[in-house]
Design a protein around this ligand. Structure first.
Ligand code: FES
Length: 192
Protein backbone atom coordinates (compact mmCIF):
# COMPACT_ATOMS: atom_id res chain seq x y z
CA UNK A 1 0.00 0.00 0.00
CA UNK A 2 1.35 3.42 -0.90
CA UNK A 3 1.82 6.32 1.55
CA UNK A 4 -0.85 8.45 -0.12
CA UNK A 5 -3.56 5.70 0.31
CA UNK A 6 -2.71 5.30 3.96
CA UNK A 7 -3.09 9.05 4.50
CA UNK A 8 -6.54 9.21 2.85
CA UNK A 9 -7.91 6.31 4.90
CA UNK A 10 -6.76 8.04 8.10
CA UNK A 11 -8.45 11.26 6.99
CA UNK A 12 -11.76 9.36 6.41
CA UNK A 13 -11.55 7.80 9.84
CA UNK A 14 -11.09 11.20 11.42
CA UNK A 15 -14.04 12.74 9.54
CA UNK A 16 -16.48 10.08 10.88
CA UNK A 17 -15.62 10.76 14.46
CA UNK A 18 -17.83 13.53 16.01
CA UNK A 19 -16.87 15.35 19.12
CA UNK A 20 -18.72 13.74 22.02
CA UNK A 21 -21.65 15.82 23.36
CA UNK A 22 -21.85 16.37 27.05
CA UNK A 23 -24.32 13.89 28.55
CA UNK A 24 -27.68 15.45 29.31
CA UNK A 25 -29.28 14.85 32.61
CA UNK A 26 -32.72 13.21 32.24
CA UNK A 27 -34.93 13.79 35.23
CA UNK A 28 -35.78 10.52 36.75
CA UNK A 29 -39.51 9.69 36.77
CA UNK A 30 -40.31 8.46 40.11
CA UNK A 31 -43.13 5.89 40.28
CA UNK A 32 -46.23 7.26 41.97
CA UNK A 33 -46.64 6.28 45.53
CA UNK A 34 -49.53 3.78 46.01
CA UNK A 35 -51.02 6.10 48.66
CA UNK A 36 -51.37 9.03 46.21
CA UNK A 37 -52.94 6.71 43.58
CA UNK A 38 -55.43 5.52 46.16
CA UNK A 39 -56.39 9.04 47.21
CA UNK A 40 -56.85 10.10 43.56
CA UNK A 41 -59.10 7.10 42.94
CA UNK A 42 -61.05 7.88 46.07
CA UNK A 43 -61.48 11.54 44.99
CA UNK A 44 -62.70 10.50 41.53
CA UNK A 45 -65.07 8.02 43.09
CA UNK A 46 -66.56 10.73 45.32
CA UNK A 47 -66.83 13.09 42.35
CA UNK A 48 -68.80 10.54 40.34
CA UNK A 49 -71.07 9.79 43.29
CA UNK A 50 -71.71 13.54 43.66
CA UNK A 51 -72.54 13.94 39.96
CA UNK A 52 -74.81 10.89 40.04
CA UNK A 53 -76.55 12.25 43.14
CA UNK A 54 -77.17 15.61 41.47
CA UNK A 55 -78.58 13.85 38.40
CA UNK A 56 -80.98 11.83 40.56
CA UNK A 57 -82.13 14.94 42.46
CA UNK A 58 -82.73 16.77 39.20
CA UNK A 59 -84.68 13.84 37.77
CA UNK A 60 -86.87 13.61 40.87
CA UNK A 61 -87.51 17.36 40.75
CA UNK A 62 -88.53 17.16 37.07
CA UNK A 63 -90.94 14.28 37.77
CA UNK A 64 -92.49 16.01 40.79
CA UNK A 65 -92.81 19.27 38.87
CA UNK A 66 -94.45 17.42 35.98
CA UNK A 67 -96.99 15.65 38.19
CA UNK A 68 -97.86 18.48 40.58
CA UNK A 69 -99.85 20.77 38.26
CA UNK A 70 -101.82 17.84 36.87
CA UNK A 71 -102.72 16.61 40.35
CA UNK A 72 -103.79 20.13 41.34
CA UNK A 73 -105.89 20.49 38.18
CA UNK A 74 -107.61 17.15 38.81
CA UNK A 75 -108.36 18.15 42.37
CA UNK A 76 -109.80 21.52 41.41
CA UNK A 77 -111.89 19.98 38.60
CA UNK A 78 -113.48 17.54 41.02
CA UNK A 79 -114.58 20.49 43.19
CA UNK A 80 -116.25 22.38 40.39
CA UNK A 81 -119.96 21.89 39.78
CA UNK A 82 -120.89 22.74 36.22
CA UNK A 83 -124.46 23.96 36.78
CA UNK A 84 -125.30 24.73 33.15
CA UNK A 85 -125.84 27.62 30.74
CA UNK A 86 -126.99 30.95 32.16
CA UNK A 87 -130.29 30.93 30.22
CA UNK A 88 -131.34 27.69 31.86
CA UNK A 89 -132.00 29.59 35.10
CA UNK A 90 -134.89 32.04 35.21
CA UNK A 91 -134.53 35.23 37.25
CA UNK A 92 -136.21 34.85 40.68
CA UNK A 93 -135.70 31.09 40.70
CA UNK A 94 -134.06 28.60 43.05
CA UNK A 95 -132.65 25.33 41.67
CA UNK A 96 -131.58 22.46 43.91
CA UNK A 97 -128.44 20.46 43.10
CA UNK A 98 -127.92 17.11 44.78
CA UNK A 99 -124.22 17.31 44.00
CA UNK A 100 -122.61 19.47 46.64
CA UNK A 101 -125.99 19.82 48.38
CA UNK A 102 -126.48 23.38 47.23
CA UNK A 103 -129.14 25.69 45.85
CA UNK A 104 -128.38 27.93 42.91
CA UNK A 105 -130.41 31.06 43.43
CA UNK A 106 -130.87 33.42 40.48
CA UNK A 107 -131.94 36.75 41.84
CA UNK A 108 -134.49 39.08 40.28
CA UNK A 109 -131.69 41.21 38.75
CA UNK A 110 -130.09 38.17 37.07
CA UNK A 111 -127.26 37.65 39.58
CA UNK A 112 -126.28 34.17 40.82
CA UNK A 113 -125.76 33.02 44.39
CA UNK A 114 -124.89 29.42 45.36
CA UNK A 115 -126.26 28.63 48.83
CA UNK A 116 -125.55 25.81 51.26
CA UNK A 117 -128.49 23.62 52.26
CA UNK A 118 -127.34 23.44 55.88
CA UNK A 119 -129.17 25.55 58.41
CA UNK A 120 -126.77 27.78 60.31
CA UNK A 121 -128.57 26.98 63.57
CA UNK A 122 -127.87 23.25 64.03
CA UNK A 123 -127.23 22.05 60.49
CA UNK A 124 -130.60 20.60 59.42
CA UNK A 125 -131.20 20.46 55.67
CA UNK A 126 -133.27 23.46 54.67
CA UNK A 127 -135.82 22.99 51.85
CA UNK A 128 -136.93 25.76 49.50
CA UNK A 129 -140.63 26.59 49.80
CA UNK A 130 -141.69 27.86 46.38
CA UNK A 131 -145.10 29.05 47.58
CA UNK A 132 -143.64 31.22 50.30
CA UNK A 133 -140.51 32.12 48.29
CA UNK A 134 -138.28 31.29 51.24
CA UNK A 135 -136.23 28.54 52.81
CA UNK A 136 -137.88 27.12 55.93
CA UNK A 137 -135.97 24.88 58.29
CA UNK A 138 -138.09 21.91 59.48
CA UNK A 139 -136.16 21.61 62.75
CA UNK A 140 -136.76 24.93 64.56
CA UNK A 141 -138.55 27.00 61.93
CA UNK A 142 -135.70 29.28 60.92
CA UNK A 143 -136.45 30.99 57.62
CA UNK A 144 -134.20 32.55 54.96
CA UNK A 145 -134.94 34.55 51.83
CA UNK A 146 -133.64 33.78 48.29
CA UNK A 147 -130.29 35.37 49.17
CA UNK A 148 -129.99 33.14 52.25
CA UNK A 149 -130.59 36.06 54.63
CA UNK A 150 -132.29 35.17 57.91
CA UNK A 151 -135.98 36.11 58.03
CA UNK A 152 -136.78 34.17 61.12
CA UNK A 153 -134.45 33.00 63.98
CA UNK A 154 -133.03 31.03 65.74
CA UNK A 155 -130.60 30.86 62.79
CA UNK A 156 -127.76 33.14 63.88
CA UNK A 157 -126.48 34.11 60.42
CA UNK A 158 -127.22 33.78 56.70
CA UNK A 159 -126.77 30.50 54.84
CA UNK A 160 -123.18 29.81 53.81
CA UNK A 161 -122.47 30.37 50.14
CA UNK A 162 -120.04 29.14 47.47
CA UNK A 163 -118.03 31.04 44.88
CA UNK A 164 -119.76 31.17 41.49
CA UNK A 165 -118.09 31.97 38.18
CA UNK A 166 -119.47 32.18 34.69
CA UNK A 167 -117.24 30.99 31.83
CA UNK A 168 -118.42 31.20 28.23
CA UNK A 169 -122.03 31.48 29.39
CA UNK A 170 -121.73 28.42 31.67
CA UNK A 171 -122.39 28.76 35.39
CA UNK A 172 -119.85 26.97 37.59
CA UNK A 173 -119.79 26.61 41.36
CA UNK A 174 -116.61 26.02 43.35
CA UNK A 175 -117.62 23.49 46.02
CA UNK A 176 -114.21 23.31 47.64
CA UNK A 177 -115.11 25.56 50.57
CA UNK A 178 -118.38 26.99 51.96
CA UNK A 179 -118.00 30.69 52.74
CA UNK A 180 -119.42 31.92 56.01
CA UNK A 181 -120.85 35.42 56.34
CA UNK A 182 -122.44 37.66 58.91
CA UNK A 183 -124.60 39.53 56.41
CA UNK A 184 -125.40 39.81 52.73
CA UNK A 185 -123.56 42.14 50.39
CA UNK A 186 -123.57 42.61 46.63
CA UNK A 187 -120.01 41.22 46.24
CA UNK A 188 -121.40 37.77 47.01
CA UNK A 189 -123.44 37.80 43.80
CA UNK A 190 -122.03 36.83 40.38
CA UNK A 191 -123.31 38.31 37.13
CA UNK A 192 -122.97 37.04 33.57
S1 FES B 1 -131.49 23.56 62.68
FE1 FES B 1 -132.55 24.92 61.47
S2 FES B 1 -133.62 26.12 62.86
FE2 FES B 1 -132.53 24.75 64.08
Amino acid sequence: MSKSRKRSSRTRGRAKRQPAEPAREVPAVEPEAPESQGSRRSFLGKLWIGIAGLAVVELVWIVVDFLRPRAAAQESDSNILVAGPVERFEPSSVTAFQEGRIYLSRLEDGGFLALSRSCTHLGCTVPWNDDESRFVCPCHASAYDEKGVVLNPPAPRPLDFYAVRIENGIVKVDLSKPLKRRSFNAAQVTYA
